[in-house]
Structure formats: C-alpha cells, structure tokens
Design a protein around this ligand. Structure first.
Ligand code: AHG
Ligand code: MN
Ligand code: MN
Length: 345
C-alpha cells in the first residue's frame, strides 16, 4: 500500500489501491464498499437537513426489536436498500429495522456478498442534534444457490470480510476495515467526496474514559457494579479515577473511545441478561474494527465477540469493548468478583 500522508486521497482511490494489493480480488467488494460510501452521503445529506424539513420525530411504528421508529431511521433504511438492491453484488441483506432477512428482488442479479446494517444508530439523539451513525457488516455467501438465506446472515463475526460505520457528527466520518487495519475518511461536503483523514487508526492500549448507561447499574450483576465503582476511586498506579463519557449513541461513543482510548460497556441486567445491543448489526462490526485497531471486544463471560455464532437475526449480546488493557482489566476484575461471590455463597 502506498502511504497517503500528505496527498489528497478519496475513498474511491484508497479502496482501489487496497484492492490492487489483494491478489485475485474481483473488484466486487471494492464496488460494494463504494456503494456504502454513496449511501452514507445520501443519509448524511438528509441528517444535515434534519432541522430544516419535516423529517424529525417518530413514524408511530415499532421496529423488530421493539424500538420506536423515527422518520430518519426509515429514510436511512430505505436509502441503503435503494443503493444496494440492484447492483448484483449482494445475495441478501439484513437490517435492524426489518424483522426478516431482506431478499434481493427477483428482477435483479444476485451477488456473493451479504450486507447487514443498522441504518441509523443512536436515533434517540436525532431530535437533539447529537451524533448518530450507520453501522455495516459484510459477509461472503456460504450457501449454494443464487438467493441468500438466513444461514448466510448468521455467521460469526470472525468471518466478516469488511465492517465499518459512518458517524454523522460535526463532520461525517466513514471508518472501515477489510481486515488490513482501520481507515477513516471525512466527507468534504463541498466536493461530495470522502477524503482520507485517519489512515491506519491504532487505538491507545489504555484510556482514561469509561462509557456505560449507569442509570441501569442498579439492575446489573454485582461484579459489574463493583467494577464501575472501582473505576471512580482514585489510584495513580492504575490510572484512576477514570472519566465518564456517554452519548447514548453507540457509534459516537465507540468512535471517541477508539481515538482517545477507553472502555464501553453495555452489560445485561436482571430484566434483560443479554443486554440491549444487537450482535449482527452493531456489536460484530464494531468488534472487528476494534480488534483491527488493536483493541478487544468480549461479552464479559469469557467469550470473544467475534467467536460468537449467531442463532437469530436480532440476537442481543452483552458488550465490553475498547482499549486492550482496559478490557483485560475489566475481565479480570469481574471474573475475580464473581469467583469471590461463589466462594461466599
Ligand atoms: P438504535 O438507535 O440503533 O436503536 O441504537 C441505540 C443503541 C446504541 O446506539 C446506544 O449505545 C444504546 O442504544 C443506548 O441505550 P441506552 O439508552 O439504554 O443507554
Ligand atoms: Mn443501533
Ligand atoms: Mn438503529
């Protein structure tokens, strides 16, 4: 790969360069990633106009996992489908907003890739103009026949061929990986191009930030409660206390911690042991990005997220993700407290 330090590099150029260094690449994945960038621009344009036109607020519908659907959720979902359905690169899609898998319409050719996405993440933030995002995950088709199936969608995260997200913040940033490092591009709206702004992102091994929704901590298991309480106690040797940062928009919280270092947690609780976040649309793709940037992503029960084989499209999973040493530390702390509780019982 050439270095891009002082040159102006569009996402198209960068993806093509990446392809040319992959022996035998057909160009299909390259084009698919470029389609994702196009969908991102379409959604970014609408998000940026959100306060000007009548698209804020709720549709009145409830989606597959029980969340109320905002108008922009629906717009983003539709935009991705319309960019992707006819290109011949996909065999099936899956969206957080659709209960079942989304087939490619019969009149269009089918391809060898599977696209899973959260069209708009953090959508409870839309009306306040805080950061929101889009998350995507790409797998290769594994079944025979032209049409993709549920089995093609239910693959472990370690089998992703690419993953990424788009953050609609003060600027729009697209971050992706194909398993060769993590690269970030910032949209220059005046020319309508994503330009390479964050080549080869490496996350700090340790951070000063922890991110979680502490409102629900009273329902967490005691080991998690004790871990977060421990993070707040001063101790210079273990870099405490840590600062809390939480937007409630996973893409925004994840992206900040990726750059600054830190840990994000969405544990299960007594009412919902599996947590809130969705394995296929949110957790797996961000875990691939995180690992590619030198971090770790686990479920807090000794499992690496990318090793989990999904059994349902909208499966949820507890998540502990971020800087490597922070996740190591959290895992060790929580395991020790659990063991202590078993001994006492
Ligand atoms: P979505 O808007 O796609 O439904 O995702 C919302 C998710 C995620 O972005 C965020 O980390 C989490 O919900 C916040 O949940 P809490 O409000 O429970 O903290
Ligand atoms: Mn989401
Ligand atoms: Mn969403």
């Amino acid at each position: 790969m050439p270095t891009h330090s002082s040159r102006l590099v569009t996402i198209e150029r960068f993806i093509l360069d990446e392809q040319s260094s992959a022996p035998g690449a057909s160009g299909e994945l390259t084009n698919l990633l470029y389609d994702v960038a196009l969908a991102a621009k379409i959604i970014a344009r609408e998000v940026n106009r959100a306060g000007l036109v009548d698209i804020l607020g709720e549709t009145g519908d409830i989606n597959a996992t029980g969340d109320s659907v905002k108008k922009l959720d629906e717009y983003a979902d539709r935009a991705i489908f319309r960019v992707m359905d006819h290109t011949g690169r996909l065999c099936v899609m899956g969206s957080e907003e659709s209960k079942e898998i989304i087939p490619i319409p019969q009149r269009f050719p089918k391809g060898k890739y599977v696209l899973l996405f959260d069209p708009l993440d953090g959508s409870s933030n839309i009306d306040s103009n805080a950061s929101i995002g889009t998350i995507f995950s790409i797998h290769r088709k594994i079944t025979d026949g032209a049409d993709g199936t549920l089995e093609d969608c239910l693959q472990a995260g370690s089998r992703q061929v690419a993953a990424g997200y788009v953050l609609y913040g003060p600027s729009t940033i697209l971050v992706y990986t194909t398993g060769h490092g993590v690269h970030g591009f910032t949209l220059d709206p005046s020319i309508g191009e994503f330009l390479l702004s964050h080549p080869d992102i490496r996350s700090p091994q340790q951070g000063k930030i922890y991110s979680c929704n502490e409102q629900s901590s009273c329902d967490w298991e005691p080991a998690f409660q004790q871990y977060v309480a421990w993070l707040k106690q001063p101790d210079a040797a273990t870099h405490r206390p840590r600062s809390t940062r939480y937007i409630g928009s996973l893409v925004g919280d994840f992206h900040r911690n990726l750059l600054y270092g830190g840990i994000f947690m969405y544990p299960g609780n007594v009412k919902r042991p599996e947590g809130k976040l969705r394995l296929l649309y949110e957790v797996s793709p961000l875990s691939m990005i995180c690992e590619q940037a030198g971090g770790r992503a686990v479920d807090g029960f000794g499992n690496r997220i990318l090793d989990i084989v999904p059994t349902a499209l909208h499966q949820r999973v507890p998540l502990v993700i971020g800087s490597k040493l922070d996740v190591d530390e959290a895992e060790a702390f929580i395991a020790a407290r659990r063991a202590e509780q078993v001994r006492k019982a």
